[in-house]
Write a protein that binds this ligand. Structure first.
Ligand SMILES: NC(=O)c1ccc[n+]([C@@H]2O[C@H](COP(=O)([O-])OP(=O)(O)OC[C@H]3O[C@@H](n4cnc5c(N)ncnc54)[C@H](OP(=O)(O)O)[C@@H]3O)[C@@H](O)[C@H]2O)c1
Length: 229
């Protein structure tokens, strides 16, 4: 069961998944979206076991930036996009796990910028705030719900080639920086599929004894200095 905001993207996901999956259009910032998706998933597939919250993105266009430049709209919009949407899906998931009397897994999309800042090229401080807050919500929820076998973890990528990071991918200085900041596998930008195995692990029973963890899948970002021009 996948949920996305853009109807064309949702239709493409539905085509790719075929009868094995379902795709639903919905805005993750709407409190009704996650409960509806969960119930649809249960109707279609007979159960609910795990949530992977990915929805989020840059608030730069709304007015995010270095602290002294953040507009009121940029702050509020970035928190809504990255943090409120995640709170809503996590709350819906944990309510459902409690209602069905089962354990479950929640995996949240963080970012290395929540704990490993890089001021020269990546100074969006409302975004960093949301990604740090995601760790706080995840770890405190992990602690609180562990006795019910409901697990919460975070996956924290560095720079990955997606539409969100187009600005960075086209900037020669950033590419040179990334060669030393993400030195693994030749010093490159991440690919979405670099995260796949980690996500499957943290969502599956293979991680049944793991909760409250932040797994950086970052090409070495969080342990590297990176060389600027
Ligand atoms: N790219 C990176 O370098 C990077 C690094 C670290 C973390 N991340 C995180 O990874 C996640 C995905 O980012 P991305 O790079 O794939 O960005 P992206 O290319 O902009 O994609 C964001 C995705 O989230 C969906 N989305 C955004 N707001 C939504 C909402 N309110 N309701 C439903 N869906 C919504 C978008 O759907 P629509 O297309 O339908 O709008 C899109 O599919 C984000 O949480 C981001 O912070 C990205």
């Amino acid at each position: 069961m996948v949920v996305g905001r853009n109807p064309e993207g949702v239709a493409a996901a539905a085509r790719e998944l075929g009868p094995a999956g379902r795709a639903l259009a919905g805005d993750a910032s709407d409190p009704a979206t996650a409960p509806t998706a969960i119930q649809e998933g249960i109707r279609s597939f007979g159960g609910f076991h795990a949530l992977y919250h990915v929805a989020g993105g840059s608030g730069r266009r709304m007015g995010d930036g270095p602290l002294h430049e953040i507009t009121d709209e940029g702050w509020a919009g970035t928190l809504q996009l990255n943090l409120t949407s995640l709170f809503l899906s996590n709350r819906a998931a944990v309510r459902q796990f409690i209602a069905q009397g089962s354990g479950g897994a929640v995996l949240n999309m963080g970012s290395v910028l929540g704990f490993s800042p890089s001021p020269a090229h990546f100074s969006t401080h409302a975004y960093a705030t949301t990604k740090a807050a995601i760790i706080g919500l995840t770890r405190s929820s992990a602690a609180y719900y562990a006795g019910r076998n409901i697990r919460f973890n975070v996956i924290a990528p560095a720079l990955v080639a997606t539409p969100m990071s187009r600005r960075a991918q086209e900037d020669e200085a950033i590419l040179r920086f990334i060669a030393t900041k993400q030195p693994l596998d030749g010093g490159r930008i991440g690919r979405p599929e670099d995260l796949d195995a980690a996500a499957v692990y943290l969502l599956s029973p293979g991680s049944r004894f793991v909760t409250g963890q932040v797994l950086a899948v970052d090409g070495g970002w969080s342990v590297s200095e990176g060389q600027h021009d």
